[in-house]
Write a protein that binds this ligand. Structure first.
Ligand SMILES: [Zn+2]
Length: 422
């Protein structure tokens, strides 16, 4: 009951605040720190326990912990003491900038030998990752679940309960023993961008826990509540581990050759474009040609309903692709690129050999609104490798346009969209 009373108190005194995991922040941070390599634990020294005990709560405690409040403040928002964006995602360009900003400060502090400052900025980053992956922060615009409760009508006991606190709070331990944290980049720009995409997967994972948690709460099944909360918390801890590991590597400029090689290029066919603003395609993203549907990652929908593997005709024969995007005509997909990281973009463009045999499609690649490459392909043409210079580009756009008469056959595929470093 403690968490319910606290949630109620918060909601009365600070009605616009986003709240957050509460006690689980500590559990997730501690679970993440436990898997760091020994040299990083040594590097953090006395700050190691402080991160889990206190610093991961800095963004929630900005009104009471005045000494540390500045570690959760942005220069670009001098009037804002409580930065809502540290607790709830908004738009990709904005929260990417927040991740980049605090990561940069943490890395600079480490390089200047200000370990205490670095650990506090890391605490702020942990908090943001954890809040974005909280089962209570998963429904944009419905932070208290008053809308969702109309879909899932509460029991008599839960009728007047604001659901935010009960959904996320509890007392549990998080262990990700055996997990190896991954390097997200060798620069802050690269690492924060990769972190953002890790966080997107974390948000989707958390979303899958929200309804089961609510149903378990209605049923009074606390064991089941915790089971689903732990599904979210476990992935959150893995992402936090990646972020902290990366920041400490960046601060010490210490990376293995294998890690660097693995970051040389990235295939982004599974990343969310800006059009899927809250990590789902809204209704305005429907396209009617070749069928009534949304862009898909990893599959193409025959007739708008049957998922089939992405396939293209190459000079060597037909080939299936796991990483790629299928989309319809007249729609643009816009991908945010990190600053000064990648130099080249490559993608295989073509029509599905069977579904698209009678189609004719224009594939256009633009950078920040300027055309980089445009080609038109018939359904019987082999797929074409498109290669563009994307140095200095911050938004990459992929657009498909019908150039034939049989628009129902315009089954277009962008296979293995890849960004490469210089
Ligand atoms: Zn929070």
């Amino acid at each position: 009951m403690r968490y319910q009373a606290r949630a109620l108190l918060f909601s009365l005194s600070l009605p616009t605040l986003a709240l957050g995991w509460g006690q689980p922040h500590h559990a997730i941070t501690r679970g993440a720190l436990e898997v760091l390599p020994a040299w990083q634990k040594d590097l953090l020294g006395a700050e190691f326990t402080q991160l889990g005990d206190s610093y991961c709560m800095i963004p929630d405690n900005v009104f009471s912990d005045k000494q540390n409040a500045r570690f959760a403040k942005m220069e670009s928002a001098p009037g804002e003491v409580y930065l809502k964006i540290l607790h709830l995602p908004t738009q990709q360009p904005e929260y990417l900038e927040v991740m980049r900003y605090f990561m940069d400060l943490a890395v600079k502090s480490l390089r200047d030998g200000r370990r205490g400052d670095a650990a506090r900025y890391i605490g702020t980053i942990c908090h943001q990752i954890e809040d974005y992956g909280s089962p209570s922060h998963t429904v944009p615009g419905d932070n208290m679940f008053t809308l969702l409760q109309q879909f899932l009508p509460p029991t008599e006991v839960m009728k007047d309960q604001l659901m935010h606190g009960p959904i996320e709070n509890g007392d549990f331990k998080v262990s990700i023993a055996g997990y190896s944290p991954k390097l997200l980049g060798t620069t802050v720009n690269e690492a924060s961008w990769r972190l953002m995409h890790r966080v997107h997967d974390e948000i989707l994972n958390a979303r899958s826990t929200t309804v089961p948690i609510i149903q378990s709460l209605y049923a009074g099944d606390q064991e089941s509540v915790v089971k689903h909360q732990l599904r979210a918390a476990t992935m959150d801890a893995q992402v936090v581990a990646d972020a902290v590991y990366t920041i400490l590597c960046l601060g010490s400029e210490k990376y293995s050759a294998e890690e660097k090689t693995s970051l040389q290029q990235v295939q982004f066919g599974s990343f969310f474009p800006l059009e899927a603003a809250s990590l789902y395609y809204p209704q305005q993203q429907f396209y009617s040609s070749p069928h009534w549907s949304h862009p898909r990652s990893g599959v193409i929908l025959a007739g708008g309903s049957k998922a089939m593997p992405l396939k293209l005709r190459l000079a060597s024969g037909e080939k299936e692709f796991a990483n790629g995007i299928s989309a319809g005509m007249g729609k643009t997909l816009t991908f945010l690129l990190p600053k000064e990281v990648y130099a080249r973009f490559t993608v295989l463009a073509g029509l599905h050999p069977e579904l698209g045999a009678k189609g004719r499609v224009e594939f256009a690649v633009s950078g920040d609104g300027k055309p980089l490459r445009t080609i038109t392909l018939n359904g019987t043409d082999p797929a074409t490798l498109i290669e563009c210079d994307v140095s200095g580009v911050s938004q990459l756009q992929l657009t498909l346009t019908s150039r034939g008469v049989d628009s129902k056959s315009n089954y277009a595929i962008w296979a293995e969209p890849t960004l490469l470093k210089p």
